[in-house]
Design a protein around this ligand. Sequence first.
Ligand code: FES
Length: 142
Amino acid sequence: MKFLINSLLEIQNKHGYLPKDEMERISVEFNVPISRIYSIATFYNAFSLKPVGKHVIHVCKGTACVMGGSGVFEDTLKQLGILDDEDFTYQPIRCFGACSLAPVVVIDGKVYGKMTVSRLKKMVPKLFEDKDKTSKGDEDAR
Ligand code: FES
């Protein structure tokens, strides 16, 4: 027996997001209205409707994290140029479920608790370094 959510997860893992044509295919396959597919896709943080960048940054916007200072992290990322860089995808989340670590930021699946603006400013350029190394490696391979 095949489950709708598993099929969506397979598509998400294959493409890095849920392309519209794939969601339409799932709608037909499971005989479920496309609006239902969209509501599932937008409810769970595991799904994205847009292609994601090489690096994904989640900032928790739940109450404990905002009280701890996460409300300014988006501005920090803007200052660092992250929000304009297609290699980075910024996705705010409501509550990551790790409130004791607030404020929480998740970068490429790794959870960073007790985040501060200064830590964020140190970590994100490191991601840029990695990106530069990868790009250089690509150029060297040519
Ligand atoms: S409010 Fe941020 S992890 Fe719960």
